[in-house]
Design a protein around this ligand. Structure first.
Ligand code: SF4
Ligand code: MG
Length: 328
């Protein structure tokens, strides 16, 4: 079956200049990513901040133009579309941003904010727009009477619900959530995660969750892709990746989550600069298993199923079993 979304060797570098305008190289935010997103369910893209996952999400929707590579949505090359054809496709692909305080226009009522994509894409006849907005508000757990209010009258969690209603109003097939709950109070994060989970199931959405929060990812993801310095280093079904992480970086990330982790040594040292990433395996400067080969030869992410880009993925000892959850 054709995947809903396919990325093929996608690259996005951002040129860096000093104060005098001289080139200082480029941030290699996305550096050769291939990824296949099947229809339905949740693919999580995880990694430390700065690993390129937000850029990857924007490139996948062509909100940012990649330098290289192919992006296919239902088999159609998005990079060949422009103007009206691209806008029409955008109806099928929406994004929810991290900060609901920034993503809603303070000069638009809730009704106008949710109606805007409906008008843009001509999703429903004008006479039906109000009803459709009310329906979307109910779906995200807000009373339809609130439609005439302004964003500043709502809490962070409510604003994110409005942003979700807006993203889903035009009936997209693919939705990307870029850290959709990490700006919210911890007390409301679970509610919004549960809402997203219900909507993904009820509407049959394909959802790409960009997150550094492995607790949330473990809760809702069907597949996981782990990014490090612009590349995917491990990818596979979520239960397998969590139970048997194959890449030393994934093991270290999991070890850092209280009550979630395997007993790998925690990550040490800083992430190297994405302007001049280490040669060979980009993780070799922090990897407890690094050998001479690792700084010379780039490990590839090959095969299907549960894959890891590590020269020794098949010979590393299995990750230690899960620790008991910390009762605190
Ligand atoms: Fe570590 Fe080498 Fe595997 Fe990279 S290739 S993760 S440095 S063991
Ligand atoms: Mg980000």
């Amino acid at each position: 079956m054709t995947p809903l979304l396919e990325l093929d060797d996608v690259e996005k570098h951002f040129p860096v200049r000093d104060a005098l305008g001289r080139s200082r190289g480029a941030v290699r935010a996305v550096d050769g990513v291939s990824l296949s997103v099947p229809e339905g369910g949740v693919l999580a893209i995880v990694g430390e901040s700065g690993c390129g996952k937000s850029t990857l999400g924007r490139v996948a929707l062509r909100l940012i133009e990649p330098d290289r590579g192919a992006i296919r949505f239902q088999g159609e090359d998005l990079r060949r579309l422009s103007g009206a054809a691209l806008r029409a496709r955008r109806r099928d692909m929406q994004i929810i941003f991290q900060d609901p305080f920034a993503s809603l226009d303070p000069r638009m009522t809730v009704e106008d904010a949710v109606a805007e994509p409906l008008i843009l894409h001509g999703t429903v006849p004008r006479a039906r727009i109000r009803d459709r907005v009310a329906e979307m508000l109910v779906r995200v757990g807000l009373r339809p009477e609130l439609a005439r209010r302004w964003p500043h009258e709502f809490s962070g969690g409510q604003r994110q619900r409005i942003a979700i209603a807006r993203a889903l109003a035009s009936g997209p097939k693919l939705v990307i959530g870029d850290e959709p709950v990490s700006a919210l109070d911890v007390s409301v994060q679970a509610q919004v995660v549960n809402l997203l989970q219900d909507l993904i199931r009820d509407l049959g959405l394909t959802f790409i969750l960009i997150s550094h929060d492995l607790g949330v990812v473990r809760h809702i993801a069907d597949r996981v892709a782990v990014m490090y310095l612009g590349r995917i280093v491990e990818e596979g079904p979520a239960p397998e990746v969590f139970a048997n992480p194959r890449h030393p970086y994934t093991r270290a990330l999991l070890a850092a989550v209280p009550g979630q982790g395997t007993a790998a040594p925690p990550l040490e040292g800083d992430v190297p600069s994405p302007i001049s990433p280490p040669p060979g395996c980009r993780f070799h400067t922090r990897c407890p298993h690094a050998a001479a080969r690792c700084s010379a030869e780039v490990p590839l992410l090959l095969g299907a199923g549960h894959r890891a880009a590590c020269h020794f993925a098949d010979t590393l000892p299995p990750a230690a079993p899960l620790r008991e959850a910390d009762p605190g």
